[in-house]
Write a protein that binds this ligand. Structure first.
Ligand code: TTP
Ligand code: MG
Length: 313
């Protein structure tokens, strides 16, 4: 039997900022671009739970956040600092895992980890173990996280988001179906707004609805991804917790302080970004094969174009 945990820090950047400056605790905190009194460009990186009550969330234009809650505390992100905190959290988890046979740890983002706890043999011990990790992170780093426990990565990931903040949700195999049934299809990682619209057109709102759709229908609607959704709706996910971390994407972006329509200026900026990306590719000795360019207008209309090259660069 596999037992997998997914650990995700609660409103990570904002929580770190609150810890560093307790005087802002209890107030809405937004980490992201400079709002410049409502005229700022760029987006919200994250918001604490007080700010989320105003509808503020990651990826939202910072000017909208300002309109929703001008009295919030606005902070510019300090990525290097958060990375150091993240590394210390990883060490806490790694140390705890020393007592678990055949344990594996996979970091998937700055604040997210999968743990293979199958060596603990049952969900009861695994739950105790996760309680203990939560306590250690709280004591040593003064930060809270949420953990999901399940028979695979998919269920663990959905479970960790189920009772945020500071939740611990345990879903053994025999509860998977009941757990998934009422959840919205968007809860499945990878089902974004576009996929949800297509599904909603078919009157598919919950994972239980999705499960009623035939494999053929899903394949005809979504191609290869249809198979992924067919399996996800049944709580199936065979993917392993992998210790080997491979960078999948590398990119740079910039936001102009004013609208810019001058082609020569934009071309120079694009070349500059390409140069920065290329330097990092060379440093990390990567061999990318896909290129993507994204342009976003003042109103957040966003266009993306990709190209797969015949062979890696
Ligand atoms: P998340 O774990 O997605 O969000 P969170 O930790 O802020 O909140 P939650 O309690 O819901 O888990 O992302 C982790 C950090 O990554 C987040 O604190 C800031 C950063 N981030 C961005 O910079 N931009 C984004 O669009 C997202 C989603 C996250
Ligand atoms: Mg998080």
């Amino acid at each position: 039997m596999r037992i997998i945990a997914h650990l995700d820090m609660d409103c990570f950047f904002a929580q770190v900022e609150e810890r560093e400056n307790p005087s802002i605790k209890g107030q809405p905190v937004v980490v992201g671009a400079d709002p410049k009194g409502g005229g700022g460009r760029g987006v919200v990186s994250t918001a604490n739970y007080e700010a989320r009550k105003f509808g503020i969330h990651s990826g939202m234009p910072i000017s909208w956040a300002w309109r929703a809650c001008p009295q919030a505390v606005y902070l510019y992100p300090r990525h290097d600092f958060y990375s150091k905190v993240s590394a210390r959290i990883r060490e806490i988890i790694r140390n705890s895992l020393k007592n678990v046979s055949d344990a594996k740890l996979e970091q998937v983002s700055i604040d997210e980890f999968y743990l293979d706890l199958s060596g603990l043999k049952n969900f009861y011990f695994s739950q105790e173990f996760c309680h203990d990790i939560k306590d250690k992170i709280q004591q040593n780093e003064k930060l809270s996280c949420s953990i999901g426990l399940g028979p695979n990565k998919l269920i663990a990931k959905i479970a960790s988001g189920f009772q945020k903040p500071s939740g611990l949700t345990v879903i053994p195999q025999n509860q998977v179906e009941k757990f998934l049934a009422p959840l919205q299809v968007e809860t499945i990682p990878g089902v974004g707004p576009k996929t949800a619209v297509v599904l909603n057109h078919q009157r598919i709102k919950t994972i239980a609805d999705l499960k009623n759709l035939s494999q053929e229908k899903l394949l005809s609607l979504f191609g290869k991804w249809g198979q992924g959704m067919f399996e996800a709706s049944r709580g199936i996910d065979e993917s392993e917790v992998s210790e080997i971390w491979e960078r999948k994407t590398l990119g740079k972006q910039t936001t102009f302080a004013h609208d810019m329509g001058n082609f020569y200026f934009l071309k120079r900026e694009l070349f500059d970004l390409c140069g920065q990306v290329w330097n990092e590719i060379a440093q990390e000795k990567l061999t990318p094969q896909m290129i993507e360019v994204t342009i976003r207008y003042f109103d957040f209309e966003t266009h993306t174009r990709q190209k797969t090259l015949p062979k890696p660069l």
